[in-house]
Design a protein around this ligand. Structure first.
Ligand SMILES: Nc1ncnc2c1ncn2[C@@H]1O[C@H](COP(=O)(O)OP(=O)(O)OP(=O)(O)O)[C@@H](O)[C@H]1O
Ligand SMILES: [Mg+2]
Length: 257
């Protein structure tokens, strides 16, 4: 047996007591400038749609959201659809967000919905674009996470990749079932969508199911492409949105100004 295997033995995540669970009612994104726009925090039965074009920073945003969950005691699930889980591990390590200890104790569950038969991960979705199958694997992992009686947060990066080969009706129906399930199990969910993969009508249809929408985008001319983040909220039937500029710092990730 290798020393790595020996080292990981016997470590498990103990369940929280009811009193400990009651201490934290809401979560945060983990980004100061964005969290101030949402002083009431994120309820664990809410879902966030994140959109933005390739390279804008959605996966980094997801990394910081996961890390916020880890340091506040949540069990976190990351479903990697566009890149390997290792890419996310490296992303997080690059931003000084180490994942190894959290994975060892079962507080961070990585799901590979990218590598298929070549994957060497423990949790694999072999055919993620089959929506029913995707949902079955997702529920299995959520059940595993809920077994520790902690709050659970989930990231799917990105859902547009999973949906791309399916019809708009199937996508919307699948997502509405999925979100209902996640809401009823109080899984704080962040779904990334790469802009331009699904057509506008499908995106509009999907967006209605999310109480919070985060849009990452560029503004200004191509030569000075500043990034901004927009937080859209649906409250009492009214949609309001606020915009803030952000940068990506090589050490700390997204910094919202
Ligand atoms: N260490 C770093 N320092 C500064 N910027 C970085 C660093 N790592 C990545 N970036 C920036 O972050 C961007 C990539 O972010 P990210 O991978 O989160 O994009 P994405 O929106 O998830 O893209 P995709 O849709 O292709 O997955 C790169 O374009 C790069 O500008
Ligand atoms: Mg990405």
């Amino acid at each position: 047996m290798s020393s790595a295997e020996t080292y990981g033995r016997g470590l498990t995540l103990s369940p929280l007591t009811a009193a400990e669970r009651a201490m934290v009612q809401v979560g945060y994104f983990g980004l100061d400038g964005l969290d101030t726009l949402l002083p009431e925090g994120l309820s664990y039965d809410s879902q966030v749609m994140v959109t933005g074009e390739t390279g804008i920073g959605k996966s980094i945003f997801a990394a910081q959201f996961l890390y916020e969950g880890l340091v506040t005691g949540d069990t976190c699930i990351y479903v990697a659809c566009d890149e390997t889980p290792d890419t996310m591990r490296q992303h997080m390590a690059g931003f000084r967000l180490g994942t190894i200890a959290y994975e060892r104790i079962g507080q961070l569950l990585m799901v590979d919905a990218y590598g298929r038969e070549l994957s060497r991960e423990r949790r694999i979705v072999p055919e993620p674009t089959k929506l029913d199958e995707f949902f079955v694997y997702l529920k299995q992992t959520v059940d595993e996470a809920l077994a520790a009686h902690r709050r659970v947060r989930l990231v799917v990066d990105s859902l547009s990749t999973v949906m791309a080969v399916n019809t708009p009706t199937d996508c919307i129906e699948f997502n509405s079932h999925r979100l209902r399930y996640l809401r009823s199990h109080r899984v704080l969910t962040l779904d990334n969508y790469v802009a331009g993969v699904l057509d506008e009508r499908t995106m509009a249809g999907l967006s209605h199911a999310y109480p919070l929408i985060v849009r990452l985008a560029y503004h200004g001319a191509a030569t000075e492409r500043g990034r901004y983040i927009q937080l859209g909220k649906l409250k009492s039937g009214m949609f309001s949105a606020t915009e803030r500029p952000f940068t990506i710092d090589p050490r700390t990730g997204i910094v919202v100004r």
